[in-house]
Design a binder for this molecule. Structure first.
Ligand code: COA
Length: 195
């Protein structure tokens, strides 16, 4: 297996052993970085688009089953021994759209780095737009648009924490932070127009 560089300004560092399964591809037209630790399994159809000087880091022993797409303009950092079910999208931003005088494509992006902690499990058909804590589990078909704390099961679109299974001494701290976030979300943002 050889890796052909088609653009010499980007940085690709894939430690061995690694499996680059069929359909593995990178799109890095500028000065992005793609750094992979040993033992990562890109089983099939893994695709990563890195714009500008974005950086994607993948920890040792992580597994991507099939049809993962990562779109990164800032940082996507994935820990060790994570697993991603089929058809996962990980994206660190989206188009701004609320200026009615300009097409959304001309309004730029809201971007935020994404961190996925060691041992996180992402089930099939999930969209990840925010951090996922260490050993957290995200159920099939979930859309993570707010951070998921460590050792929690999150389900649905948008993903909500429904269970904590971590060390008992951290339970209150984690669940209190989750409740705080929920309360803050239910307050309307300043200047937001109610319908
Ligand atoms: C994450 C998962 C393993 C959790 O299973 P579990 O621990 O048995 O969870 P439960 O079935 O007890 O569900 C807990 C709650 O979350 C809900 N829930 C579970 N999965 C859900 C989903 N995908 N979407 C929405 N809600 C879900 C359940 O209805 C339940 O809610 P309730 O308490 O109100 O009834 C499982 O939901 C899942 O997604 N499995 C798919 C694994 C996968 O993708 N494998 C292939 C890739 S390797």
């Amino acid at each position: 297996m050889s890796i052909r560089a088609t653009h010499l300004h980007c940085h690709v560092d894939i430690a061995r052993p690694v499996r680059l399964g069929p359909g593995f591809s990178l799109y890095m037209p500028q000065s992005g970085s793609f750094v992979v630790e040993p033992g990562v399994d890109f089983r099939s159809n893994f695709r990563c688009d890195i714009e500008g000087d974005g950086k994607v880091e993948i920890g040792a022993g992580t597994v991507f089953t099939s049809n993962t797409l990562i779109q990164c303009s800032t940082l996507v950092s994935i820990g060790k021994r994570c697993a991603f079910g089929q058809s996962t999208l990980i994206v660190d931003g989206y188009h701004r759209y609320q200026d009615h005088e300009r097409h959304w494509a001309e309004q730029g992006y809201d971007l935020r780095p994404i961190h996925i902690g060691d041992g996180a499990g992402i089930s099939d058909n999930c969209t990840i737009q925010a951090d996922v804590g260490e050993r957290a589990m995200v159920a099939s078909g979930s859309v993570v648009n707010r951070p998921i704390p460590p050792y929690c099961l999150a389900v649905g679109a948008p993903a909500r924490v429904v269970r904590y299974f971590g060390p008992p001494e951290r339970r209150e701290e984690v669940l209190a932070a989750t409740r705080r976030r929920r309360r803050n979300r239910s307050r309307p943002a300043t200047g937001e127009q109610a319908l």
